[in-house]
Ligand binder design. Structure first.
Ligand code: ADP
Length: 918
């Protein structure tokens, strides 16, 4: 430090404490940054980088931001993943001897931002702390803005860590090296970058915990949980440097209390965000969100993230939803009341933090005043859980009254303006008010007297911040002013301003009274805030209850709008759904009627459904809908079905082809296999497995072999309910060997105009994927389409001459002129739009061997490959290859440009093939 100026030396010692945070060093009206920090901040904030003499030969880099607009800059840096240490002057520069004392007053980090401006209302901002020891993993998660703190522990496992991270989506993590590494790795797997800080033993963690949470019994929680919480609290103390009065309770849980949903499943089912653009819109959360408060919105997400496994708790939620569902009037009333309730959790956070202002207190009062009406509505509804909830609602009337008595209805934005506290609240304050008011009357009187004495009618008394009170006389009237008493203060273009000794004296009195008033108002306000801060647990409990109520009414509102029904839980194994729908697909397909489908996964009548059929037929929508219904039911929501009799599902496992792990850099097939590995390890007979397009991504023979082996394993070993879709129609024969497997397929209607997807699940297996038909729909040139059909035909022909292969059972294709004709009136275009209830009852025996649309082309499964030697006899290898590529082409995932390029390529290859065959 030698050679640096004293101030720079001070800077350097503070910077040493700030460690990895950018140091905002207060110098007068600016926060300045120096050295590397300045370079980084100038780059990130796009502000000018300058230099400064610091006592050494070279100038040092420097940049700065005005203190009054610092919040925005800090938020931007924190958003970009930096920590910002704020260093203030902690003594009055006017009286300081030497360099003003400066200290870091707070370190703002991504996980500890309190300024709600940079946070979205409806979502939490979590920081997690972790600890790992002896094969156990402890995790604590805290949202500092709301005061929520959760803690859990489990045997170290990548999957569980990833699943927990998915619930919290933390923006920051603290932990020992090993735990931190695991957190970062798992976060990276789901495409998140996690800012981590390494911290070990936080000193005496027992004392730390007992001091922060005096109400918690610390003898019970497992050591690893305690360590995680202690690390968190130590880190919060280190960065926030103030008491955290709103962190008073911890919610402990075991991951096993909730339905296990791995990261892929959450993502694939689009529970809280969509796969495509990670937006909320289009997710289940979006659909179910009719909440009226920010707390409710956040709690809804938590409920969706953690479906329950305890039937009694689920039924309690469902009872409340049912009561609200059935009473439109009460629900409306409740929704009106809730709309007026502010974000109590965050208000409480600001009160504890000492950053709440008078408007916040008024918002709190206004919210509390809604509670009696909310309670009354709940009591009117005939429902035990709502009555219980209402009975426990503490409207904190004493606090609302205290605020009402003290704070003005429209308090000023800045305390310095005065007028924060109501008249009549404090005698001393009222006295000062009178003094100041009298002073002003006295001044008005003085103005009158001076006008009279001087005879200057335009003489007036004014006030400005620089000169205080003054007498103003226009230049034209100056001669009328007597000499002596008037002291000139300021000259304007056409007037002069004066003061007199009496005016100065009165001014002092008035200004002093005003200053004292402001100070007194502030201290009265702070006193009130502290009084409320002492009642934080009551307010937090209330916030929690209101949030639950809000989610319950949201479920009821959506449920009644969308005609959902209450699910029934059976203690056994079987799952039966009548007329089930996919809630989100149904909600977003405007103008198109969603076709409902039944589901039966039962011990006696088949627990595995193997679905074959073409692309776009609705297979994956159907399979997801079953998972969605289970999840909705277990969070306590009504479900999109006419009837749902469900078991408690302990885990939903989905493997849906489209979710490539591009971030993790793994091939789709590898990811699929890894997922299946996890499934084999963790699924129980109470789980639900959904696999879409099993075995895709490797050669046909291998894919089919793996698919069959996996299905057999699920059937024989796991014994759980499963929905599996596949392109390998040959797998349909498994129905004969696996007792609990049933075939199903999505019905398709063929007629002269083409193929219509009926979106109806019927028994039996499909025998065509309609891949070529899809290619045709996509607009591929007729030459390619015809060639593909020819290849298919010759492949089929060669098969007939070959040893007969295992054929799928009769396909479920409904043809306009088939043998078992369905009375289908709708045109192909309108078939999918026909009223759901009116869609034909189909069964698997509808038709015999499929014939092609009028083109005279025979449609057979292109996935039934003929023996290789036969195939090569009939078609050229190049054409074969092209057909193979066409078969595998995932048209739905091509951009128009890619499709054109593909076409062009294909055409050139065809021309070449034509040329070479002469
Ligand atoms: P597959 O998995 O067979 O390729 P999808 O499930 O992706 O088919 O469905 C394709 C499209 O069909 C969906 O995007 C949806 O818009 C529509 N769809 C699916 N099921 C239904 C249904 N039951 N009713 C109405 N439209 C549906």
């Amino acid at each position: 430090m030698a050679g640096y100026t004293p101030m720079m030396q001070q800077y350097l010692s503070v910077k040493a404490d700030a460690q990895d945070a950018l140091l905002f060093f207060r110098l007068g009206d600016f926060y300045e940054m120096f050295f590397e920090d300045a370079v980084t901040a100038a780059r990130e904030l796009e502000i000018t980088l300058t230099g400064r003499e610091a006592g050494q030969e070279e100038r040092i880099p420097m940049c700065g931001v005005p203190y009054h607009s610092a919040e925005g800059y800090i938020a931007r840096l924190v958003d970009k993943g930096y920590k910002v240490a704020i260093c203030e002057q902690v003594e009055d520069p006017a009286t300081a001897k030497g360099v003003v004392r400066r200290e870091i007053v707070r370190i703002v980090t991504p996980g500890t931002v309190m300024e709600t401006k940079s946070l979205s209302e409806g979502s939490n901002n979590f920081i997690v702390a972790a600890a790992e020891h002896d094969g156990r993993f402890g995790l604590a998660a805290c949202d500092l803005t709301t005061g929520e703190l959760y803690a859990t522990s489990f045997p170290v496992s990548k999957e569980t860590i990833l699943n927990e991270l998915n619930v919290y989506r933390p923006s920051e993590a603290v932990g020992d090296a090993s735990a931190l590494r695991r957190l970062k790795e798992e976060a990276a797997r789901s495409g998140q970058e996690l800012l981590g800080t390494e911290r070990d033993q936080p000193g005496d963690s027992d004392t730390l915990l007992r001091t922060q949470f005096p109400g918690v019994d610390w003898t019970r929680p497992e050591g690893i949980r305690k360590l995680a919480i202690a690390r968190l609290v130590a880190y919060l103390g280190e960065t926030q440097k103030r008491s955290l009065g709103h962190l008073q309770s911890v919610k402990f849980y075991d991951p096993k209390q909730y339905m296990a949903l791995d990261a892929f499943t959450r993502r694939n089912l689009e529970l809280t965000e969509t796969v495509r653009d990670r937006s909320r819109k289009g997710s289940l959360l979006w659909l179910l969100d009719k909440t009226r408060t920010a707390m409710g919105t956040r709690l809804l997400k938590r409920w969706i993230d953690q479906p329950l496994l305890d039937q009694a708790s689920i039924e309690e939620r469902l009872d409340a939803v049912e009561a609200l569902h059935g009473s439109w009037m009460e629900r409306e009333e409740l929704r009106e009341e809730l709309k007026e309730v502010y974000d109590l959790e965050r208000l409480v956070g600001r009160i504890a933090y000492g950053t709440a202002n008078a408007r916040d207190l008024n918002a709190l009062k206004a919210s509390l005043q809604r509670v009696p009406a909310i309670r009354a509505v709940c009591e009117r509804l005939d429902s035990a859980p709502l009555a219980k909830l209402a009975g426990g609602l503490d409207d904190c009337a004493d606090l609302a009254e205290a605020i009402g008595a003290a704070i003005a209805d429209e308090p000023p934005v800045s305390v310095r303006e005065g007028g924060l506290i109501r008249t009549g609240y404090d005698a001393k304050l009222d006295e000062l008010h009178v003094a100041s008011k009298n002073g002003k009357t006295w001044i008005a009187e003085l103005e009158r007297q001076e006008r009279e004495a001087t005879g200057i009618k335009s003489l007036k008394i004014g006030f400005n911040k620089v000169f205080g009170y003054y007498l103003e006389v226009t230049k034209a009237n100056l001669s009328m002013l007597p000499e002596g008493r008037y002291e000139r203060k300021q000259t304007l273009a056409n007037a002069e301003r004066f003061v007199t000794p009496e005016l100065k004296e009165k001014e002092t009195l008035i200004l002093e009274a005003e200053d004292r008033m402001v100070d007194l108002e502030y201290s009265l306000f702070a006193e009130l805030r502290d009084r409320i801060a002492a009642q934080i647990p009551r307010l937090q409990k209330l916030a929690e209850q209101i949030a639950s109520l809000d989610v319950l009414q949201s479920f009821a509102e959506v449920g009644s709008e969308k005609r959902y029904t209450r699910p029934r839980f059976e203690s056994g194994y079987d799952l039966t759904v009548k007329e089930g729908r996919h809630p989100v697909v149904e909600a977003v397909s405007e103008g198109v009627t969603f076709i409902h489908n039944d589901t039966s996964l039962t011990k006696d009548d088949g627990s595995i459904l193997l679905i074959t059929g073409p692309n776009m037929a609705g297979k994956s929508t159907y399979m997801r809908q079953v998972a969605m219904i289970s999840i909705m039911a277990q969070i306590g929501c009504f479900v999109p079905a006419k009837l749902a009799q469900l078991p408690l599902i302990d885990r939903i496992f989905t493997r849906i082809g489209a979710a490539d792990d591009l971030v993790g850099g793994q091939s789709t097939f590898m990811v699929e296999m890894k997922d299946i590995q996890v499934m084999t390890e963790q699924a129980t007979d109470r789980s639900l497995i959904i696999i879409d397009e099993l075995g895709r991504g490797t050669s046909t023979d291998e894919g089919m072999a793996i698919a069959q082996a996996v299905i057999e394993y699920v059937h024989d070993v796991i014994g759980c309910k499963a929905l599996v879709s596949t392109h390998f129609h040959e797998l349909a024969r498994l129905e004969e060997s696996l007792r609990s497997l049933r075939n199903g397929c999505m019905a398709v209607k063929e007629n002269a105009d083409g193929v219509t997807f009926l979106r109806k699940l019927v028994a039996g297996a499909a025998d065509s994927s309609y891949g070529i038909y899809c290619a045709q729909l996509a607009g591929l040139p007729q030459s390619i389409v015809s060639r593909a059909y020819n290849l298919l035909e010759s492949a089929a022909a060669s098969e007939i001459t070959d040893e007969p292969r295992m054929r799928a059972p009769a396909p479920a294709i409904v043809r306009e002129s088939g043998p078992a004709i369905v009375t289908e009136e709708a045109s192909p275009e309108s078939a999918s739009e026909s009223e759901a209830g009116a869609s034909p009852e189909l069964d698997g025996t509808a038709a015999g061997a499929p014939t092609a649309p009028d083109s005279g082309i025979v449609q057979l499964s292109i996935f039934e490959e003929p023996p290789k030697h036969e195939r090569t006899k009939k078609a050229s290898p190049a054409a074969d290859k092209l057909a193979d590529k066409l078969r595998k082409l995932d048209i739905m995932r091509l951009s128009p440009l890619q499709a054109l390029e593909w076409l062009n390529d294909a055409r050139n290859q065809l021309i070449e093939i034509g040329d070479s065959q002469g």
